[in-house]
Design a protein around this ligand. Sequence first.
Ligand SMILES: NC(=O)c1ccc[n+]([C@@H]2O[C@H](COP(=O)([O-])OP(=O)(O)OC[C@H]3O[C@@H](n4cnc5c(N)ncnc54)[C@H](O)[C@@H]3O)[C@@H](O)[C@H]2O)c1
Length: 356
Amino acid sequence: MITDRQLNIVPFVSVDHMMKLVLSIGVETFLTELAGYIEEDFRRWEVFDKTPRVASHSRDGVIELMPTSDGILYGFKYVNGHPKNMKEGLQTVTAFGMLADVASGYPRLISEMTILTALRTAATSAVAAKYLAPEGSTSMAIIGNGAQAEFQALAFKAILGVDRLQLYDIDAAATAKCMRNLKGLGFSIKSCASPQEAVQGVAIITTATADKQYSTILTDNMVGSGVHINAVGGDCPGKTELHRDILMRSEIFVEYPPQTRIEGEIQQLPGDHPVTELWQVISGKLPGRNHAGQITLFDSVGFATEDFSALRYVHDKLKGAGFSEDLDLLADPDEPRDLFGMLLRAQTKGLAQPVI
Ligand SMILES: NC(=O)c1ccc[n+]([C@@H]2O[C@H](COP(=O)([O-])OP(=O)(O)OC[C@H]3O[C@@H](n4cnc5c(N)ncnc54)[C@H](O)[C@@H]3O)[C@@H](O)[C@H]2O)c1
């Protein structure tokens, strides 16, 4: 139940407020605390309403709605994915979302989620790696050095202690940007001339490229035994990053199989290929990595509960902190049936020109 505020006023977290909130907490602390919320929600996976996200595909991209509920709160995210945007000076991924009270249906929070998606994706990747990556992993390749890259690096540093990075992007300017942004943040970083060089000797391989087609960012010969692959960029039908042979050698972990089978790397495999659900590993029902030589693959596509966790975290952090503004979002007359009367009274109060 909502008791602590005027019901018609909904806190709105703008991009400006989100940046101030994240910086006031500190990026690594934010990622660590957010990872805690994500883990907590994976542990209570069974209480959530779950559905593959609702996708509207077009020639150049996809627009998706991602709803879920734990029976007390309801949340959804609007998100797009348009790989061609970057060349036009636009973001590949933008998002916003909301939380609502299930008991009344009244919204509780509306928030920007472009920055929050990058944070939650990185935090989720690091949570998965905590359970799946080789013990004591401190090195990671990042292939695709765009908007997600620095967030991935910092989440893996904060949660696993990764401090050695090998970066590769087909566009050297992206790698240079990433190196510039991560300078002085506690990494030793090597810029690599090829994906082969980037994956040389690392414990974890993150792929975060954007292309609206089947790509082969990693081929089978590039992946040695015992590594953990965090495959972030393949997240749409027809959009994958790994050669099928890598999948055949890997133990595959996914968020929600009905969505991942449509969108993830495993769309390349038969519908009954065995996969393990991440929540089962996190809640101790099934093992994660079970031997040093195993290749573990987190086939990440991004699931609604992760956005729900992120909104829940931001909502908790907002309390009294001044990082939101009030939105007059809901028409909420004192007498619930007198919606029209409220409109009439606005006219007599001079809020609007008479139109009736
Ligand atoms: N799994 C998830 O939850 C999740 C969440 C957010 C974004 N994503 C996906 O992650 C990917 C990256 O997102 P972003 O916002 O960083 O995109 P971006 O456009 O900012 O960056 C993508 C980078 O990949 C590089 N690239 C493209 N093809 C490449 C190749 N063959 N080899 C090496 N580099 C290549 C581009 O030059 C660019 O720098 C997108 O595909 C996006 O849809 C997934």
